[in-house]
Design a protein around this ligand. Structure first.
Ligand code: F6P
Length: 365
């Protein structure tokens, strides 16, 4: 029988994401109103856990945050306490300081933790669970690339923003006889590009899971030109790569759990298509716009369900798990099974087949 839970800790790690505040709100409201627990937040993700930077999370503290983007707890996509960087003799050495995190959890009288994050943050959550900390994870990322759950929160909002961007780019494409290329985020997965491309009526969608041949994309755009369609709209995932190419790395952030930052492929594709199709082309890199701002109502509901389910899981004594969505049900999966598995788009899934069936080009055939 595990120890009775009276006080829980909450933290948000990794990049910000629409829906973080609704999760925090649901955790606090469920914990306080349903179970009479106390809740404390660690600020700036694992950085706050290391430095014991806490804030009481009362009902008042979470009042009014449902529609607000970002996270009231702030976040960090660095600060891995299992390999924490220290400067030493002009170099950086990495040490395991996770015991400090455990001490701070105990010092605050916290009986269990809700850790909200993507693969990097949840990898450390799993490692804390291995050290015996009662932990529940909540799957956050606009990329929708976490295994064991149908959808992560934040994805729906990112897709809505990207779809709206495609609608807006369509007007310039039509008015100026241009090819408009939209580069979206998603890291190594093409979920945002695929969903936004279908919702926004793209003529071509390029995703990492289906390496493209630019000549095949150009052929489809030339075919449209022949039919009198002197414009086209292309959406490309930041992680897309050609059949003989590599992903475009824009930056390396040395002390981040995943140091690679992708970006820039949209510009290359616009240049190549302009030359091959003979229409002017422009690239738009949507960037962090798709991650910021108010969450969609879908994400507010999903985040609320995730937050509430996380507390229920802790109260049932199920630790070391992540809350998941399976069909229409809230379930859970062991963090051990979730971590390190990138959930990419299945190139033969129904959504890809449907898109191909209505004539959207993926540059692969
Ligand atoms: O994982 C979310 C995400 O927005 C990715 O889609 C993107 O590749 C990355 O984070 C950007 O990270 P940063 O905010 O560090 O530039």
């Amino acid at each position: 029988m595990s120890k009775q839970i009276r006080k829980i800790g909450v933290m948000t790690g990794g990049g910000d994401c629409p829906g973080l505040n609704p999760v925090i709100r649901a955790v606090v409201r469920t914990a306080v109103l349903k179970y009479g627990l106390e809740v404390v937040g660690f600020r700036h993700g694992y950085h706050g856990l290391y430095h014991n930077n806490t804030v009481p999370l009362t009902l008042d503290a979470v009042s009014g945050i449902l529609p607000i983007g970002g996270t009231i707890l702030q976040s960090s996509n660095k600060d891995n306490l299992f390999a924490y960087p220290f400067p030493e003799n002009g170099q950086t050495v990495y040490r395991d300081v996770s015991d400090v995190g455990v001490e701070n959890i105990e010092k605050n009288g916290i009986d269990a933790m809700v850790i909200i994050g993507g693969d990097g943050t949840l990898t450390s959550a799993r490692d804390f669970a291995r050290k015996g900390v009662p932990v529940v994870g909540v799957p956050k990322t606009i990329d929708n690339d976490l295994a064991s759950t149908d959808y992560t929160f934040g994805f729906d909002t990112a897709v809505s923003v990207a779809s709206e961007a495609l609608d807006r780019l369509h007007t310039t494409a039509c008015s100026h006889d241009r090819i408009m290329v939209l580069e979206v985020m998603g890291r190594y997965a093409g979920w945002i590009a695929l969903a936004a491309g279908i919702a926004g009526g793209a003529d071509a969608i390029l995703i990492p899971e289906l390496p493209y041949d630019i000549n095949k994309v150009a052929d489809v755009l030339l075919e449209r030109k022949k039919r009198g369609k002197n414009f086209s709209v292309v959406v490309v995932a930041e992680g897309a790569k050609s059949t003989d190419g590599k992903m475009h790395v824009s930056k390396v952030i040395a002390d981040s759990p995943d140091p690679i930052r992708l970006g820039g492929i949209g510009t290359k594709i616009a240049e190549e298509l302009e030359a091959l199709v003979g229409l002017e082309a422009r690239a738009t890199i949507l960037g962090h716009i798709q991650r910021g701002g108010t969450p969609s109502s879908h994400d507010r509901i999903l985040s609320t369900r995730y937050g509430a389910a996380a507390v229920e899981l802790l109260m049932s004594g199920t630790f070391g798990h992540m809350v998941t969505l399976k069909g229409d049900n809230m379930c859970s999966a062991p963090l051990e099974e979730v971590i390190g598995k990138n959930k990419g788009v299945d190139p033969d899934c129904e959504l890809v087949r449907t898109a191909k069936g209505i004539g959207i080009c993926f540059g692969d055939e």
